[in-house]
Write a protein that binds this ligand. Structure first.
Ligand code: NAD
Length: 473
C-alpha cells in the first residue's frame, strides 16, 4: 500500500484549509449531498467492504460486518441527513430582563478542517461515524484508518477518492509514524478512537496546537448480574455481547460480577449459551478470528498467567475441535475468581476471555467497579429498581445498557463517549454535529438599549439603577 509522506500530509491539510476558507458555511444541500455520497459509497460496495474486512481479520463474520458496521453506519448517516436542517437552525435564546429589548441567538458554525483517527476493530463504523458528524457539521475531513486492516483501509481510500474531492475529504493510510505526523497537524478538531495509551499521546500532540480533541478510548467494562436477574436470559445476552467480533469490541463486557455462590451455575449456563450461538468454532464463519498473531499471543499469555496464579480456567469448545497453529480463532475462555493483580484484571482484555468474579453484596460490586479506571460501558442485569438506581448513581461510566449488552451504542438519539480514562467528549446524532461545530452565542443589541444609563460619568442615577439591578441580575 502506498502511504503518504509528511510533506504530502501537510499539502493535503493546506488544500482543505483553503477550500474551507472559500466556503466557510456550506448550505444544507451541499452537506446533504456529501452525506448522500457517503451513503452511496457503502451501499454500492457492501460486498467488497465485507470481503476486505474478512480478509484483514483472517475470518470476520460477514453478518457481523453487516449488522455492527454497515447497518449502524447507514442509520447514522440517514439520521444526520434527516435532522440536519433542524440541527443547523439558528436558535433564539431568552434574554434576561436588564438587557431587553436586545435578543440572544445561538449559531452552529463549522469549525474548519477536522482529523479523524480510527482503529481496526470495527474499521468501517469507527471511521465513518465520526466522518458523518464532521461532514454534517460542514467541515472538511481527513481520515487516518488503522494499518492493521490494510485491505479495508486501501479500499476505503479508493472509494473516498472516487466520490469526494481531496479538499472535501481524503483518507491517509499508514501506521503509528504517519499517525503521529497526522495528529500533529493543526486541525480545528481531532477525533481519535483507539487505546487509552495512544489516546494520551494524541492529546499531548494536539495540545501543542491547542486543537480540541474528542477521545474515544477503551477500558474494562463490567457486567453485573443482580440476584434479581432472569439468569437464562441474562447469560444468553451476555454471551452474544461478549463474543460479537470475538470480544474485540470497545464496549464488550470485559469481566462479569455474579452473586456469591453462583459462579459454577453461571459458568455452566454460559457454556451452554455459547454452544447455542456457535456449535462449532474453528471453521465457523459466524465466529470471528483474532486480528493478528501478536494479539492472539497476548490473549493466550494473559490466560496462561491466570492459570499459573491458581485461577480456574474453563475453555468453551462445544465440538472439541483442534485449533491449528495457523488459525487465529480462539475458543472462548472463562476465568473464575482470578487474583486482582494479574494482567487479565488490570488491562483491557479485548478478546473472548471473560473473568467471572463473585461479590457478596451490591456495595462490594460497586466498590470493585470504582476501584478501577472509569469504564466505557457498564451492564447491569436485574429486576430490582432500588439496586439498579444505586448502581447507576454510584458508578460512573461512558454509557450503560440495562438487561442487555452493547445496544446503547446504536442509539442515535443518545450521546456516545467515555469518561476519564475511557474518553473525553461524545458523538453520535446531534452530539456528533455539536462536537464538530462552534456553538456561537450572539447578542444582538437593540436601537433602544438602556445600557448608556450605566455609563460614566457615574452618579446618583447609576447608584439607583444598581440598587434595582441587585434584585434583577
Ligand atoms: P490503537 O490506539 O493502537 O490505534 C488506533 C489508531 O491510532 C490507529 O489508526 C493507529 O495507526 C493510530 N496510532 C497508533 N499510534 C499512534 C500515535 N502515536 N499517534 C497517532 N496515532 C497513532 O488502537 P487499536 O488497537 O487500533 O484499537 C483498539 C483500542 O481502541 C482498544 O483499546 C479499544 O477499546 C479502543 N476502542 C475504543 C472505541 C470507542 O468508541 N471508545 C471503539 C473501538 C476501539
Amino acid at each position: 500500500m502506498l502511504h503518504v509522506g509528511q510533506d504530502d500530509l501537510r499539502g493535503r491539510f493546506e488544500t482543505q484549509r483553503k477550500a474551507f476558507a472559500a466556503e466557510s458555511f456550506p448550505d444544507l444541500q451541499t452537506r446533504k449531498d456529501r452525506l448522500a455520497r457517503l451513503l452511496a459509497l457503502i451501499d454500492d460496495h457492501e460486498a467488497a467492504i465485507c470481503q476486505a474486512i474478512d480478509a484483514d481479520f483472517g475470518g470476520r463474520s460477514q453478518h457481523e460486518t453487516r449488522i455492527a458496521e454497515l447497518f449502524v453506519t447507514r442509520s447514522g448517516i440517514r439520521h444526520a441527513s434527516n435532522h440536519l436542517a433542524n440541527w443547523m437552525r439558528e436558535r433564539r435564546v431568552a434574554t434576561s430582563l436588564p438587557f431587553l429589548p436586545a435578543s440572544n441567538r445561538l449559531m452552529q458554525q463549522p469549525l474548519g478542517v477536522v482529523g479523524v483517527v480510527s482503529p481496526w476493530n470495527y474499521p468501517l463504523q469507527l471511521a465513518l461515524a465520526p466522518v458523518t458528524a464532521a461532514l454534517a457539521a460542514g467541515n472538511r475531513v481527513m481520515l487516518k484508518p488503522s494499518e492493521l486492516t490494510p485491505k479495508f483501509s486501501s479500499l476505503l481510500a479508493r472509494l473516498v477518492a472516487d466520490r469526494f474531492a481531496p479538499d472535501e475529504m481524503n483518507v491517509v493510510t499508514g501506521g503509528p509514524e504517519i499517525g503521529k505526523a497526522f495528529v500533529s497537524l493543526p486541525f480545528d478538531h481531532l477525533l481519535f478512537t483507539g487505546s487509552t495509551s495512544v489516546g494520551r499521546q494524541v492529546a499531548q500532540a494536539a495540545a501543542a496546537n491547542l486543537t480540541p480533541v474528542t477521545l474515544e478510548l477503551g477500558g474494562k467494562s463490567p457486567a453485573i448480574f443482580d440476584p434479581s436477574c432472569d439468569l437464562d436470559r441474562s447469560v444468553a445476552r451476555l454471551a452474544y455481547g461478549k463474543l460479537l467480533n470475538a470480544g474485540q469490541t470497545c464496549i464488550a463486557p470485559d469481566y462479569l460480577l455474579v452473586p456469591k455462590g453462583s459462579s459454577a451455575q453461571v459458568t455452566a449456563k454460559l457454556g451452554a449459551a455459547v454452544a447455542r450461538l456457535y456449535p462449532t468454532l474453528a471453521k465457523n464463519p459466524d465466529y470471528t478470528a483474532i486480528i493478528s498473531d501478536r494479539h492472539l499471543d497476548h490473549l493466550k499469555a494473559m490466560v496462561s498467567q491466570a492459570r499459573e496464579t491458581g485461577a480456574k480456567v474453563v475453555e468453551i469448545n462445544p465440538a472439541n475441535e483442534a485449533f491449528g497453529d495457523r488459525s487465529r480463532k480462539m475458543p472462548p475462555v472463562l476465568v473464575l475468581n482470578p487474583g486482582k493483580e494479574i494482567r487479565l484484571m488490570r488491562e483491557e482484555i479485548f478478546g473472548p476471555v471473560l473473568p467471572v468474579l463473585e461479590y457478596s453484596d451490591v456495595g462490594e460490586a460497586i466498590a470493585h467497579v470504582n476501584g478501577g479506571d472509569r469504564p466505557l460501558a457498564l451492564y447491569w442485569f436485574g429486576r430490582d429498581p432500588a439496586v439498579q438506581r444505586r448502581v447507576l448513581r454510584e458508578t460512573i461510566s461512558g454509557g450503560v445498557t440495562i438487561n442487555d449488552c452493547l445496544l446503547h451504542i446504536a442509539q442515535e438519539r443518545q450521546p456516545f463517549g467515555g469518561v476519564g480514562a475511557s474518553g473525553t467528549g461524545a458523538y453520535h446524532g446531534e452530539w456528533g454535529f455539536r462536537t464538530f461545530s462552534k456553538e456561537k452565542p450572539m447578542f444582538i443589541q437593540s436601537r433602544f438599549s438602556s445600557a448608556p444609563l450605566l455609563w460614566p460619568p457615574y452618579g446618583r442615577l447609576f447608584d439607583r439603577l444598581y440598587a434595582m439591578l441587585k434584585f434583577l441580575g
